[in-house]
Design a protein around this ligand. Structure first.
Ligand SMILES: *Cc1c(COP(=O)(O)O)cnc(C)c1O
Length: 230
C-alpha cells in the first residue's frame, strides 16, 4: 500500500464516520479514529500521521516499540490493544500512553507498579468480552465491577473507559445489538466513575454500528492500511 492510497483510505474512513455521526445524531468531533498499525511498517504510520491521524494502536510489543522509536519525532499517541502477557507490563507501561486490553487484576497492578510516577498517568480501558466468545480476551460483564474499582484505586493509572471486540458479523442489526449492550455497560460504569469518557469500540467492518451505539473511539486497521502483512 503506497502513501497516496493510505491518505485516500483515511479520507474515505473519515467520510464514513462523518456520515454515521450525522445519521445517528452524534456530536461532530465526539468520535476519535485510531489507526491500527499492527504488522505495518513505520513508513505507513508516517503516511497516516501526515494525513492527520494522531492515535495509533498496536498489538505486538516488539514491533510496536520499534515503530514508537522510529516515529518519535511525530508526537503521536500510542495505544496498546493486544493481549498482554504479565512479563511485558514494564515496557508497555513505559512506552504507551493508553492500554485498552486490560482484563485482569494482575495486569492492572503491574501496569500501575511499572508506570513511572513522573510520567502522566497511564490511560486504561478495561476490555469486556461482550459477546461472551470462549476464544476472546476480555472480562465477562458480570466480573467487570471489581476491575473498575481497582483501576480507580491504583496510583499512576487513569481509568478512561471500556474496550470491546464484538463477535464478527456481516449483519448490521447483529453488530448493533452487541454494540448497544456494550454502550449500556459503559453508561452504567460511567455513572459510578465519572472520569470514564471512552468507549473504544468499532473496527473496519462494524464502525457504523459502533457509532450508532455511542462509541467514541474507533480502532481502524484494514480500511486504512489494506490487508495486514502477516
Ligand atoms: C486488528 C485490530 C483492530 C483493527 O481491525 P480491522 O478490522 O483491521 O479494522 C481493532 N482492534 C483490535 C483490538 C485489533 O486487534
Amino acid at each position: 500500500m503506497n502513501n497516496d492510497s493510505i491518505a485516500a483510505n483515511i479520507a474515505k474512513v473519515l467520510q464514513q464516520v462523518s456520515n454515521a455521526v450525522e445519521k445517528y445524531h452524534r456530536r461532530p468531533e465526539s468520535v476519535r479514529v485510531m489507526a491500527v498499525s499492527k504488522t505495518q511498517q513505520a513508513e505507513a504510520v508516517r503516511a497516516a500521521a501526515n494525513a492527520g491521524l494522531v492515535d495509533f494502536g498496536e498489538n505486538y510489543l516488539q514491533e510496536a516499540l520499534d515503530k514508537i522509536h522510529s516515529c518519535a519525532d511525530l508526537g503521536l499517541t500510542w495505544h496498546f490493544i493486544g493481549p498482554i502477557q504479565s512479563n511485558k507490563t514494564r515496557p508497555i507501561a513505559a512506552s504507551f500512553q493508553w492500554v485498552h486490553s486490560v482484563d485482569r487484576e494482575k495486569i492492572l497492578r503491574r501496569l500501575s507498579e511499572h508506570r513511572d510516577p513522573e510520567q502522566a498517568p497511564l490511560n486504561i480501558c478495561i476490555q469486556v468480552n461482550v459477546s461472551k466468545e470462549a476464544s476472546k480476551s476480555g472480562v465477562a460483564p458480570e466480573n467487570l465491577a471489581p476491575l473498575l474499582a481497582l483501576a480507580t484505586e491504583l496510583p499512576n493509572l487513569k481509568l478512561r473507559g471500556l474496550m470491546a471486540i464484538p463477535a464478527a458479523s456481516d449483519d448490521f442489526d447483529t453488530q448493533k445489538q452487541a454494540c448497544d449492550r456494550m454502550a449500556e455497560l459503559f453508561r452504567d460504569a460511567q455513572s459510578r466513575y465519572p472520569s470514564m469518557d471512552t468507549l473504544s469500540m468499532g473496527m473496519s467492518a462494524d464502525l457504523e454500528a459502533a457509532v450508532a451505539a455511542g462509541s467514541n473511539m474507533l480502532r481502524i486497521g484494514t480500511a486504512i492500511f489494506g490487508a495486514r502483512h502477516r
